[in-house]
Design a protein around this ligand. Structure first.
Ligand SMILES: [Cu+2]
Length: 226
């Protein structure tokens, strides 16, 4: 009888320990992973009235594979010209934002070719390596910069697979193979808008839409219009 009680006590203690460890793990996952969002980086003011500049780059692999997974990601240049790992951007309300995307990643291709046509940008035109373009080949899309709530879609053409001098480590410098995509869009009243990539670019995930495609700081984030 005594033995039974003792065993029961041990089982209870073991169950309590497992539950405690599970709760601690869950708390760490929620607090340290799910609720962590990168700082917001403001677009840079320009001399033209009500205009600012946002400079981004997309890279094939961000992270050292130890402290962070090596994932496809966007980076943003801050006011001091330093590349930061953040996908939360702040831009002024009722203004024109001029965006430059330095695209260092290869093509994955769009599932929905409709998104290969820019939408919501000034003149319905984007510039790819200095050339005005009204649509790209959907198969050559590497990422999109899309803000559904603002009806903005910008497809980003990828670097050719055989391009020399491809970027291995982020942030990437201008000497590495890249495409330069520029466009402008107008902001309206204040608000927080979700933006995201729509190209299934998450290598190693089911249908290419897991991991970085659903994690703030990689392939999606927020545009705060203030
Ligand atoms: Cu992407």
């Amino acid at each position: 009888m005594v033995v039974v009680v003792s065993n029961f006590g041990k089982k209870l203690a073991a169950t309590g320990l497992v539950l405690g460890l599970f709760s601690a793990g869950l708390a760490w996952y929620i607090g340290g992973y799910l609720m962590v969002t990168p700082d917001s980086v403001a677009s840079a003011a320009t001399s033209a009235p009500a205009t600012s500049e946002l400079t981004l780059q997309t890279v094939a692999g961000l992270g050292d594979a130890y402290s962070q997974p090596t994932w496809v990601a966007y980076l943003v240049k801050d006011a001091h010209g330093v590349w930061r790992q953040s996908t939360n951007f702040t831009v002024p309300a009722n203004s024109t934002v001029r965006v430059t995307v330095l695209q260092y990643d290869g093509a994955s291709g769009l599932r929905n070719p409709f998104l290969a046509r820019p939408e919501g940008v000034v003149g319905n035109t984007i510039e790819v390596d200095g050339k005005a373009v009204q649509a790209i080949d959907p198969a050559l899309a590497s990422h999109t910069f899309a803000i559904p709530g603002m009806h903005l879609v910008v497809p980003l053409e990828g670097v050719a697979d055989d391009a020399p001098d491809q970027c291995e480590a982020a942030p990437c410098g201008l000497e590495k193979a890249h495409r330069t995509i520029t466009f402008s869009f107008h902001t309206g009243s204040r608000g927080r808008f979700r933006w995201q990539c729509f190209v299934p670019c998450a290598a190693g995930f089911i249908h290419g839409f897991g991991g970085p495609m659903q994690t703030i700081g990689y392939m999606d984030g927020f545009l705060d219009v203030v």
